[in-house]
Design a protein around this ligand. Structure first.
Ligand SMILES: Nc1nc2c(ncn2[C@@H]2O[C@H](COP(=O)(O)OP(=O)(O)OP(=O)(O)O)[C@@H](O)[C@H]2O)c(=O)[nH]1
Length: 753
């Protein structure tokens, strides 16, 4: 008994969960205040359910609840909509924490990484597990900043449902649209929570309309607010015709009453509620849950996380309307026939325990000491310990079954996005089933590929800069740190500049690179120096050009001789992957190894264009003839093809393409003209200016090169009253004058992207 109990030790050691960030003004101000006043960061935690006494059986049921009682949900939203505040309330009401954390005081459970506490923003998502009325809820807090969009998308992949949090005074904002589209892509059923109902300017009607218009979703109003702005008191439950009033004298909002609406006391409200209820029932015909799961409509609730109102009904709605893992239709599940299938969706580096891998288990079971097969890495490794991620506490557990989110210790090679099976033979058996059951639909290049679950497109980085260690002797340390960080964050790319020998960091935005730099110092104790931040350009060609090349080299007693004739031509693909065509005479009898060698040569040549050494986009390559002397190695074939393409690209008329960003600025009327004038100077084009209550919303496009450091500029221009969101739109041809200036500036500088 004693030894069994030892297995269920509660770990009180903090494991750093990486977090978020966004330099929004309110949080920056709050964090500065915090730094000045040195607010202590201590938290209280209640003991975990099932761990009291010797009741191992009840602990078992806590660890592996029936799958129908599991809800894997995410919270998604625009920056600052209140995700973290809502999560804090959720943890408090579910009895997990004993005090209410506050983002403005920097003591939330989920945002506990030092950077987050100082900046007041969430960098990467943390999984939080808790129980609510007999349901096991695994909740992923996702970041709102666009630099971490990949993080959001990866988390969506492992969710069964999501809560979209809105600022009720702003409705649908730029980043909400992005994450909503991502959730559409992964077919995630959603509930909307109109937060900040207490805020001046909050408008339930406006926010609902914006959901209808901008998200093209059908809102199902399950609640109506009781007052708005300062007058917000509670909510009306439209389905049950009840008023939910939070006790104004309770400082934590735990105390509230449900009162039926009566004709005598609330005639108007009853009338309004009855109308809304009738509309709801009419509109639906079928059950709310069914339409939510089918994603034909979204239930809408409202509240104020900060003022502790509306969070408990939101949790009820999560358990009632969002699906359990078994209600999600994962086409790959039958292929595994109950064997282990899991997705590693996040890797964290813990100094003491090494890499910690978060996994969503789709089928089968995970145990400590289990050997698992990583399909992406084609390697087998062993899990040493298994933990349940209760925010910054982790309990050690003996097993975890399908539908759950696990935290594993001991996996050294598994990276974010990897698919896990129990063994290579199990993965191969699943791949065979996929082929027979899925037919042509799933036929891809190789068996393993068919099973990869991640399917998250990693966007190309738009920024890069050099990074240097404090001394040459520290270069291996830097290489190691960057390798660890890349396992956690696949959107971070690291390259070596062949000419200067310098290490180059490539990231999704200024903030992304800044955070990486900061983490290298804080988490790994390595001081590094960053070179100036540069924009990642691309190149293309404007006309078709033919070229021929011969490579004739004797190595030892072996002659390698290959002659190729090819043509590069412009096509519109918006991609850096060249379209490859073969003349009939070439493709006939072309051995697979030679074809691979040709394609490797084409891809590597297109990575470095002749103008700036940046990737070449929108090109097709037609291989017209190819003569290979017997015995010529594939490396020589690749080298010859690559050289021939570079020759052709040099001869063509060339064009630099620059990243164009979609920009949304929210500004008060007083500052509108100042912001517009500044954008005009930045080669910006304005698409439209909308009015949202007191504010003007400017949307438009601006080249990335012109918008670096914009947060500081905008803050100065508008005395900190404006906010903005940026997102990569596309790559656009630079005009000839700007291109000449850029090429002049860059001559002498090497670009590695
Ligand atoms: N008035 C009001 N303010 C709120 C409410 N919820 C959150 N806030 C405030 O809004 C700001 C942002 O809240 P967070 O919870 O950090 O928002 P977030 O969505 O997690 O932010 P990111 O992680 O940076 O994307 C903080 O200053 C909160 O105090 C609310 O219901 N009413």
């Amino acid at each position: 008994m004693v030894s069994n109990l030892m297995k269920f030790v509660v770990s009180h050691k903090k494991i750093p969960i990486l977090h978020v960030n966004n330099m929004c003004c309110s949080k920056m101000r709050a964090s500065l205040q915090r730094l000045k006043s040195h607010v202590p960061l201590g938290r209280n935690y209640s003991s975990l359910p099932g761990l009291i006494g010797n009741d191992i059986k009840s602990l078992h049921s806590v660890i592996n609840p029936p799958i129908a009682k599991i809800r894997n949900i995410g919270i998604m939203a625009h920056i600052d909509a209140g995700k973290t505040t809502t999560t804090e309330r959720i943890l408090y009401y579910s009895g997990y924490t004993r005090s209410l954390g506050d983002v403005d005081d920097g003591d939330t459970v989920t945002d506990f990484m030092a950077q987050e506490r100082e900046r007041g923003i969430t960098i990467q998502s943390a999984a939080v597990t808790f129980d609510w009325k007999g349901y096991r809820v695994n909740l992923i807090d996702t970041p709102g900043h666009v630099d971490f969009t990949l993080e959001v998308e990866r988390c969506l992949r492992v969710l069964d449902g999501a809560v979209a949090v809105f600022d009720a005074s702003a409705g649908v904002e730029a980043q909400t649209l992005t994450v909503w589209r991502q959730a559409d892509k992964h077919r995630i059923p959603r509930i909307c929570f109109l937060n900040k109902m207490d805020k001046t300017g909050a408008s339930f009607k406006y926010a609902v309309e914006s959901i209808r218009e901008k998200l093209k979703a059908k809102p199902l109003l399950l609640q109506l607010p009781l007052g708005e702005g300062k007058a917000f008191k509670g909510v009306v439950d439209v389905v049950n015709k009840e008023k939910l009033l939070w006790n104004p004298n309770s400082d934590d909002g735990k105390d509230f009453v449900r009162n039926p609406l009566l004709e005598m006391s609330d005639p108007e409200l009853l009338k309004e509620t009855t109308e809304a209820r009738n509309a709801l029932i009419e509109q639906l015909q079928t059950a709310i849950r069914r339409v939510t799961l089918a994603q034909t409509a979204v239930p809408v609730l409202c509240g104020s996380a900060l003022k502790n109102k509306g969070v408990q009904p939101l949790l009820d709605a999560v358990t009632v309307y969002l699906p359990s893992p078994e209600e999600r239709n994962y086409e790959f599940l039958p292929w595994y026939k109950g064997d282990l299938c899991a997705l590693a969706f996040k890797v964290l580096h813990d100094k003491q325990r090494g890499p910690l891998v978060f996994m969503r288990i789709y089928s089968g079971m995970i145990k400590p000491q289990l050997a698992i097969y990583n399909i992406n890495g084609n390697c087998t490794e062993r899990i040493s310990r298994l933990l349940l991620p209760f925010a910054d506490q982790h309990i050690e557990i003996p097993s975890l079954t399908a539908g759950n989110i696990a935290l594993t210790v001991g996996l050294k090679h598994t990276a974010t996005g990897d698919t896990i099976a129990s063994s290579k033979s199990s993965a191969l058996a699943a791949a065979r089933r996929a082929e027979t059951e899925g037919g042509k639909k799933h036929r891809r290049n190789n068996e393993a590929e068919r099973l990869l679950l991640a399917g998250v497109e990693i966007p190309e980085p738009v920024f890069f800069c050099t990074i240097e260690p404090p001394s040459v002797a520290k270069q291996p340390d830097l290489d190691y740190v960057l390798k660890c960080l890349q396992r956690e964050d696949p959107s971070l790319k690291v390259k070596l500049d062949a000419d200067s020998g310098q290490t180059v960091l490539c990231g999704m935005g200024e903030l992304h690179i800044e955070i990486i730099h900061d983490r290298i110092k804080r988490e790994y104790g390595l001081e590094t120096y960053l070179g100036p931040l540069q924009v990642a350009y691309r190149e293309t060609i404007l006309n078709a050009v033919r070229a021929t090349d011969t490579l004739d080299r004797t190595l030892g007693d072996k002659r390698h001789l290959v002659t190729v004739e090819l043509e590069v031509k412009p096509v519109e693909t918006a991609s850096v992957m060249p379209v490859i065509e073969y003349a009939g005479s070439v493709s006939e009898d072309l051995p697979t190894a030679s074809q691979e060698a040709i394609e490797n040569g084409i891809h590597s040549a297109c990575l470095q264009g002749p103008l700036l050494g940046s990737p070449v986009q929108d090109v097709a390559v037609a291989v017209h003839s190819l003569v290979i002397h017997p015995g010529t190695s594939t490396t020589m074939i690749s080298a010859c093809v690559s050289r021939c393409i570079q020759k052709a690209l040099k001869k063509a008329d060339k064009q630099v393409l620059e990243p164009l960003m979609k920009l949304e600025v929210t500004v008060t009327r007083d500052y509108l003209s100042l912001v517009l004038a500044d954008l005009a100077q930045r080669r910006g084009t304005i698409q439209e200016i909308q009015t949202r209550q007191e504010n003007k919303i400017i949307t438009g496009f601006v080249p990335l090169a012109e918008i670096m450091g914009y947060s500081t500029v905008l803050r100065t221009l508008t005395s900190g009253s404006a906010t903005f969101a940026l997102e990569l739109s596309n790559y656009e041809a630079m005009n000839p004058q700007d291109q000449t200036v850029l090429l002049g500036r860059r001559s002498g500088l090497t670009q590695v992207l």
